[in-house]
Structures are given as C-alpha cells and as structure tokens.
Write a protein that binds this ligand. Structure first.
Ligand code: ADP
Ligand code: ZN
Length: 745
C-alpha cells in the first residue's frame, strides 16, 4: 500500500546506503528528511542514516512523493555531510552499473566523495603498525560481508599501505576494526617499510614542481597536423573518439596539452588519465608546469585527507584540469569536454574488483550524453582500438634520433648457458664505459620463478592456491605471489626425497645479483614490486637512477613504462618469452607491446640507442614483428586471428565465475550456468565451464561468452545473475561476473 505525502510532515527521499552488502542488490530505501535538514538535502546529497543497528553513509537518489509504508514506520536521516554527487555522475553510476552488471551501490561508491574525517583522535602517538590491503579479487566474498566501518577503512587504505594511527584518525575508527579486518584476511598488519613515514604519504603531486605558464614549445609539423585534426574532432557536434598512435617519444604529451588549452578556452573541463601515477611522475609535472594550480590530482595513492581536499577543489570548479589514474574518470568536474587516456593499452585501466569497469568505456559513457572528445594515446594500442582506421591520427617521428632497431640474441645458440649472453655483457660493459645508462628488463619477480625436483619433476606449490611458489633470496623462503604465504625450502624434494630442489626460471632478484658481480663498480638499481612498496619510493628510485652515470636499471615491466631518460642508450631484454605461454588470447599483443615499449626507452636524446632482445623463440610472430618494428603487419595478423576466433573487437566478452570452498559446488554451479545459457548462445559463443587453480583454498570455475551482440549477451547474463546469485549464495557459491574481461586467470 502506498500513502501520499502531505506538505506538512516533512519530505521523504530514497536512499542507497553505501555498504558492501551484496544481498541488498539494487534496492533503494525510503527515509524521512527531518524538517531542519529539508533545505540541505537534494538528490545526490551524501547523508548519514540509521541502517539496521548502525549508522551508514548513504546517497539520496530520488525525492519521493509516495511512500511504500506507513509514515510512522519510516526512519529519519541523521545528518548530512553537505557533500553532494552531481546529477551527471549519478546518471554515470547508473550507466556503469548497467554496462558492467554491477550493483548500483558499488557504482555509487565510485562517484561518492571520499570519506572525510569526522573526528580526530587525540594526539596519541601512532604505534608502529603498517596496514596494507590484501589484493582484492579473492577476498571478494569476504569484502561483501564487511560492516560499514570496515568497508570505509578498507577504501581509505592507499595502495602502498598506511600507518595504523593516521588511518584510524582519518576514517574515525578504533584499531579493533583493523584487527577484525586482518582476522578476515582482507588487510595485513605488519611493520612499516623502511623509510616510510608513519603518516600516510605525502601526495606525489606535491612533491613535484608547480610552475604555471612554462614555455610552450613550437609544434613539429606532424604534431601541428595532429592537433588540427583533433581540434576539429573536438569542435564537431556530439561526441567523438580518436586514437593518437604515436611512436615512443613522438611528442604525444604536447598534443594533449594543446587540446587541454583549447578546451579551457571554452570554459570546459578536461580529464587526463595516466596508467599509474607513481610510474609516470613526469606527466603530472608537465601538466602542472603548463596549467599550474588549475590542475587537480586524483588517485588512490593520495593520503585520505588530501584526497578529500583535492576532491572538493575539483567539485568547486577550482581545478578544471584533472590528472589521475583510472578512477579519475569519475572526477566531480562539471562540463567535461575532453578525456585523454594516455598509454591506453595499459592493463591498469581495468579495475579487477567490483565493479569491474574499464576507464575507456566509462569515458565513452560519460561523454556520450554531453558530447566531447575521447582521445586514446599509445605507441602500442590495443588491437581493439586499431580496428577503426578512420579514427586514427599518427605520429611517426621522434624528436631527436630514431627509434632504435632491435637485435635478436638467439639463446639456443648464443646464450652460452648464462642469464645474459656474452654479446649482451659486452654491450653493457661498453655502454657503462662510455658513462651512459642501461635498462635491463626481466618480467619475472623473485630469484627463481619456481622450484622443482630434477629427478621426479615435482614442483613446489602453495598449499592454499595451486600455484607454484617463487624463491625469494632476500627472505630466503618460497613465496606465493597470490596469497603471500611463505614456506621454507626443504633440503630434499618432499615428493621423492631423492634429490635437492633446483631453482628454475630466474627473476629480477637473481639478475640484479648477477649484474652486481658482472659490473661490481657500477651503480645498479632494481625496480619491481618487491623493492618498491610505495609511490614515493618509486619516485626516489627514478630520481636516483636519472642522476647517476653510468648506471643500470634492472626490473620487471615497470621499467618499460613511459620513462623519458635522455642518457639511456642500451636496453637489454633478458627473456622476451616470459609472457608467451599464458592462456590468454592477448598474450601475443602484450608481448609485442612490452618489447616495443621497452625498446622505446633507448636513444631518446641525441645519442643513438641500441636494443638487444634475448629469446628462445625468435620465430614467434609477435616477437619477430616487434624486433623488426613491423607494427602494421602485427596488427593486421592479430586482427585477422581475432576475427577468425571470434574475439574482441569482433565480439564482446562476458566472463562468469563461480567460487566456493566446496569444489563440487563451484563445479555444479558453473555447469548449471552453462546449461542455462546454452539456450541463448551457440557452442561457438559459449566457452567452458573450465576449472581454474584454487586460490586461498577456494575452488573456482569459469565460463566465457564471446558474443557478436554484446548488449544482448549482457542482458541475458543479467537476467541469469538476478535469478541465480541469491540461491547460489545460500549454497555457499559466489557468482561473479566480469564484463569485457582483461584477465582469465
Ligand atoms: P611520447 O609521449 O610520445 O612518448 P613525449 O611527449 O614524452 O613523447 O615527448 C618526447 C620528448 O620530446 C619530450 O622530452 C618532450 O619534451 C619533447 N617534445 C615534444 N614535443 C616537442 C616540441 N614541439 N618541441 C620540442 N620538444 C618537444
Ligand atoms: Zn597461496
């Protein structure tokens, strides 16, 4: 029964509480507005309201004229934060939830203002405890069961972690909440990494210079043409999307900056997305150098207090240019007419936890209704983006010098049984003798990728994860890269007891050690996620390397990202094959991209660069074509094979996964899904179910739909999810969906 609302009782609104409660689905709840708040509460207002026995942060999503219950039963809003989500972003959250089959609540959290501190804890000194988030994907089911406070704390932890005291003060909770989270395995409590302050980090943005009005260089002819074409695309009515495909070092950033200037002239706003702020500090520095305090910076590495400050500055309109990582696509900026996605092929643009959105798609959704230009920039675009040649603008030349040729080092004949072939050692010694710098890439962490028995073939695995464990010499233990559990390395093979174990598949830790003996008098820097736990440390390392000559930088794919070092004249790839044999249709594309990107770090100034690539598979097309820089041929054959196999851009993918402690239930759940979906999809469209490695003791099965009509596929999956999610949950099976998946592990 519904009752009409009279004018005198006060108003009533519909709320969505910002709680990670999966079983609430997309429900909205009716609440009364107390008379004293009537003027301060509108659609979009962020308020506190009683929910169950606690108080929850919630978003007002509608004003209501009629009530589903007796007015007397309704509860009232407690207070308002005076923060509000603009209409446009409410609509965007709705669109994202539809596109990614995620709950409206989880998408509202993307556009909600960061949680501001409500009360400071008294000046108690922080105890020496460091809190870090456990990688989220597996903790999914646990995360769904968190309380409001727990969820809020979790949201506030920066990627590198935070001191416990500062975190508690900022989110206004006691330490007990963090202990509870640790008990659930969602966060880890440990000691602070060396050199980190106990306060959440100083934002990277502040560590960088901020000088407005830096001299604008004259555009090169190619750049000028690109700017002209892109401005035309921007000025046309409606929305447009373009790809700026420019070789590494061809001056894409300057093109972005000119477009931003043009958009500012119209009094509109621009968002510039970069893959990972910590790895691309030069970009922020350049944007700030041009636009000064008009620039707002938003990313998850900001300390909670700073995030609030930047958010409010942007919401007020004080910073019409926003630079940030993935989530900055949701910046509360009014009248956005340009979104640039730099290095648009980077995998960090896809969020790998609920809601599993891709920033490029969100950018399309955001600009769709209002019009504007979406610009992807890359030297190695995704095959999906290359599909539309009429939307592509090319930059083919470098500022100084040329993009170096790659030389292949065939390890079958030239390796000499060593990690670095004699030819590579010589090249390295020569480069250092000249006082120049070198980068050595090995995309594998640790000392030995796996440890096995030569006699019986037994491989050491994580007992919780069905993944092989990696030997790390720093801790002298075997480490599971998924769950972080460590094991002592047994003296003898635990399976046959016949032989000691062998360490195979050398990683950066071992390469680092070998380089130090090879060039004992030179400076060697190592860059991987084991040595660098925070953005500030990444920057310190990059600065140290930049100012040391001669020097070697060794590391994982982190060394390949957009860095612009003038004196790097040699790039060595220790093993080009690390990404080849993974079960992912993008394996070839990713290998091609990594090799092309790392090669692009050499010879960026006057001195020519040299690139040596070690491989056991010189004939594999993606490696051969990267070496020969045959990008056109590569994308042609890649697109051809995607067309043949029915993969993006010729189909849209939806991946469904069942996760359960009980392996049989996960399997039955996946099989039932396939049965049900096979009524709607052909055998060519529906793949699976397939078993995946167990992670943290939870069995996993998945199936993948590759459909020509993505919209129809999503609608069918949505219906199945709506009907099955709850019954599955009751049987202890979590049903997850990933629209446009980027990962299949
Ligand atoms: P990309 O992003 O395409 O790899 P960058 O934007 O980093 O390339 O540019 C490469 C180098 O060229 C940078 O050091 C940049 O400052 C310089 N540069 C770019 N455009 C110009 C220009 N028009 N005049 C002078 N230098 C430029
Ligand atoms: Zn594990």
């Amino acid at each position: 029964m519904t009752a009409a609302l009279g004018g005198t009782e006060g108003r009533m609104v519909q709320l969505v509480p910002l709680l990670r409660l999966r079983h609430l689905g997309d429900r909205v709840f009716d609440y009364l507005v107390p008379p004293e708040l009537t003027d301060r509460i509108h659609v979009g207002s962020v308020v506190w309201a009683p929910f169950g026995r606690r108080s929850a942060r919630a978003v007002v999503v509608a004003m209501a004229d009629s009530v589903s219950r007796e007015l007397a039963e309704l509860r009232a809003i407690e207070s308002t934060t005076d923060d509000a989500i603009p209409q446009e972003l409410l609509a965007l959250a709705r669109a994202v939830s539809e596109r990614y089959l995620s709950s409206y609540e989880s998408c509202l959290r993307l556009v909600a203002p960061p949680l501001a501190a409500r009360r400071r804890l008294g000046g108690k000194p922080a105890r020496n405890t460091w809190v870090t988030r456990v990688p989220a994907s597996t903790a999914e089911a646990t995360v769904a069961k968190l309380t409001t406070k727990q969820a809020a704390v979790l949201d506030a932890i920066p990627p590198g972690g935070s001191g416990i005291g500062a975190l508690c003060a900022c989110v206004d909770v006691g330490r007990g909440v963090l202990r509870a989270l640790a008990a659930k395995g969602v966060v880890e409590l440990g000691v602070a990494p060396e050199g980190s302050s106990m306060r959440p980090e100083r934002p990277i943005a502040e560590a960088l210079p901020c000088v407005s009005g830096a001299a604008m260089p004259r555009l090169w002819p190619e750049q000028e043409q690109a700017v002209e074409q892109l401005v035309a695309a921007y000025e046309q009515p409606g929305s447009a999307q373009r790809l700026l495909w420019g070789v590494t070092g061809s001056g894409k950033t300057e093109v972005y900056l000119r477009l931003v200037s043009r958009v500012l002239e119209d009094g509109a706003g621009a968002i510039l997305l970069v893959p990972e702020i910590a790895l691309t500090p030069q970009m922020i520095a350049r944007v700030r150098a041009r636009f000064g305090d008009k620039v707002g910076v938003l990313h998850s590495g900001l300390a909670p207090g700073e995030r609030v400050r930047e958010y409010r500055r942007i919401a007020r309109g004080d910073a019409p240019v926003v630079v940030g990582a993935r989530s900055a696509v949701f910046a509360p900026l009014a009248n956005v007419k340009l979104i640039v996605v730099d290095e648009s092929h980077d995998t960090s643009y896809k969020q790998e936890e609920e809601p599993r959105y891709h920033a490029l798609t969100v950018a399309q959704l955001r600009l769709g209704p209002s019009g504007g230009l979406l610009l992807e920039g890359s030297a190695t675009p995704r095959a999906e983006s290359v599909g539309q040649p009429e939307e592509c603008v090319r930059l083919t030349r470098r500022a100084a010098g040329a993009v170096p040729e790659c030389e292949v080092v065939d390890m079958r004949t030239q390796g000499g049984g060593q990690l670095l072939a004699p030819r590579c050692r010589e090249a390295l010694a020569e480069t250092l003798r000249r006082g120049e710098q070198a980068i050595v890439l090995l995309n594998r962490r640790g000392y030995a990728g796996y440890v096995h028995c030569d006699l019986c073939g037994h491989v050491m695995m994580c007992s919780d994860c069905e993944l092989s464990v990696t030997y790390h010499s720093r801790v002298g233990r075997l480490l599971c890269h998924h769950c972080g559990r460590t094991y002592a390395q047994p003296a003898l093979c635990p399976a046959c007891a016949g032989a000691p174990l062998t360490r195979a598949a050398p990683g950066t830790e071992r390469l680092d050690r070998e380089l130090r003996t090879l060039v004992p008098h030179e400076q060697v820097f190592r860059m991987d996620s084991d040595t660098l736990t925070s953005g500030t440390r990444v920057q310190a390392l990059l600065r140290a390397f930049e100012s040391s000559r001669p020097a070697v930088l060794v590391g994982t794919q982190m060394v390949a990202k957009g860095h612009d070092f003038a004196d790097v004249t040699l790039v060595l790839v220790a093993d080009a094959d690390t990404g080849l044999y993974v079960p992912d249709f993008r394996a070839a594309e990713r290998t091609f991209q990594l090799l092309t990107q790392v090669a692009g770090r050499a010879g960026r100034a006057e001195r020519p660069g040299r690139v040596l690539v070690q491989t056991w598979n010189p004939g594999v097309p993606c490696i051969r074509m990267a070496l020969l820089r045959e990008e056109k041929a590569f994308y042609e054959q890649e697109l051809e094979s995607r067309r043949r196999l029915g993969y993006p851009p010729f189909a849209d993918l939806v991946r469904l996964m069942t996760v359960a402690e009980n392996g049989e239930r996960a399997q039955v759940g996946a099989q039932y899904l396939v049965e049900r979906l096979s009524a709607h999809f052909s055998g060519q469209e529906l793949h699976g179910p397939a078993r995946l490695p167990t992670l943290r003791g939870r069995a996993r099965w998945h199936l993948v739909i590759a459909a020509g009509d993505g919209e129809r596929a999503r609608a069918i999956v949505k219906q199945a999810m709506t009907q099955l999610q709850e019954p599955y949950r009751r049987r202890g099976v979590t049903l997850l969906v990933d629209v446009d998946p980027q990962s299949f592990s």
